[in-house]
Write a protein that binds this ligand. Structure first.
Ligand SMILES: [Mg+2]
Length: 364
């Protein structure tokens, strides 16, 4: 390939959590499996291919999934196992490049423009990586190979399960032209609806629009849609830098006293922090809520869990519990912050020094 053209691989494990469960329990093989809880408010975290044949998919309420498939087997998630497998996968990636950008436990972009094993093509590199993942973990991965992240991610879906697909620069435009609009990165259901009202249903329709038209209708996203409809995506594959904590805080335009507003603030920050944890695959044990009052007095409440925060719901619940410990607020709250710290490596040290356990306290 000539200079300037990148080689990007998107690796995506097939039905990841469900496949790990089927690998570890032979009784589950060949059966429709949902990872999650069969509870009233439960949600399917992952579905095996056998379950997908019944229309069961991830993020579906458990009750709906049970209606669709009477013999569905629910298995509780084992995030520690999934994380261990995820680390094995990352170790494999690290033999080829240090430009690895994880999207979740089972998905990552790799920039292999200069792959360390000197393989002639990105396709061969992807095939070798998938074979080595299979050898190390017993699990199947699919891969998409292209010259930008947008197309690599779409490509990995084309030959699932256990396959790979290349979109060359020459084939990019035709692939994009045929693509339904809701498959475009950054186009959610609401935007897709708006595009449909404007007569835009496919990449080809999108490509017909002028930059000015897209800017007028979609604001700051306009230039992105304009570029992506032409297969232009120069976003770099960015490895996550190690961080000691992840936090988010908000200063409110007016002081809050209503618990409903205070809790809404905590939840939105918990979500923001969780999104980062999930993307960085960094899970800490300590959750801290910081409260700054109207008179600038500050309180922090923190709690250290016996295991790293494993889900958005856990982070939300602990955040709410912590902020409720200051009720009723003595005065208006002008700033709230939510932080997760105590990531695994740090915490191993803490285990040795015996600092683990429940810590509910008031600091500063
Ligand atoms: Mg996957």
């Amino acid at each position: 390939m000539e200079g300037g053209i990148r080689k990007i691989i998107h690796v995506d494990m097939d039905a990841f959590y469900a496949s790990v469960e089927q690998r570890d329990d032979p009784a589950l093989r060949g059966r429709p499996v949902a990872v999650g809880y069969a509870a009233k408010r439960g949600v399917v975290a992952a579905a095996s291919y056998e379950a997908r044949a019944f229309g069961v998919h991830s993020a579906m309420p458990s009750t709906t999934a049970m209606r669709k498939c009477a013999e569905l087997v629910f298995v509780p998630p084992r995030f520690d196992v999934y994380r261990a497998v995820s680390r094995q996968i990352r170790e494999t990636f690290a033999d080829y490049t240090d430009l690895i950008e994880p999207l979740s436990l089972d998905e990552a972009y790799l920039d292999v423009t200069a792959n360390w094993r000197g393989l002639p093509t990105a396709s061969e590199t992807a095939a070798e990586i998938r074979a080595r993942i299979k050898e190390a973990t017993g699990l199947n991965a699919s891969a998409g190979i292209s010259y930008c992240k947008f197309l690599a991610k779409l490509a990995s879906d084309q030959r699932k399960p256990n396959g790979q697909f290349v979109i060359t620069p020459g084939r990019g435009p035709a692939f994009i032209a045929a693509l339904p609009i809701d498959k475009f990165h950054g186009v959610g259901p609401k935007t897709a609806e708006k595009m449909a009202r404007l007569g835009i249903f496919t990449g080809a329709d999108l490509q017909q629009q002028s930059l000015a038209f897209l800017q007028a209708n979609f604001g700051k996203s306009g230039p992105w849609y304009y570029a992506i409809s032409r297969g232009e995506d120069d976003r770099a594959v960015t490895p996550n830098r190690p961080r000691k904590s992840s936090g988010s805080e908000t200063t409110f335009v007016r002081d809050l006293t209503d618990p409903a507003e205070i809790e809404a603030g905590v939840l939105s920050m918990a979500d923001e922090v969780w999104d980062w944890c999930d993307k960085a695959q960094a899970f800490g044990r300590t959750v801290t809520v910081k409260i700054k009052y109207a008179d600038f007095q500050q309180a922090t409440r923190s709690r250290t869990l016996s295991a790293p925060v494993a889900s958005r719901d856990v982070l939300r619940a602990v955040g709410i519990e912590l902020v409720r410990s200051v009720y009723p607020p003595a005065k208006g709250i002008r700033l709230l912050g939510v932080t997760v710290s105590g990531f695994e490596r740090e915490q191993e040290g803490a285990i040795e020094t015996g600092q683990l356990g429940l810590d509910l306290g008031l600091a500063s």
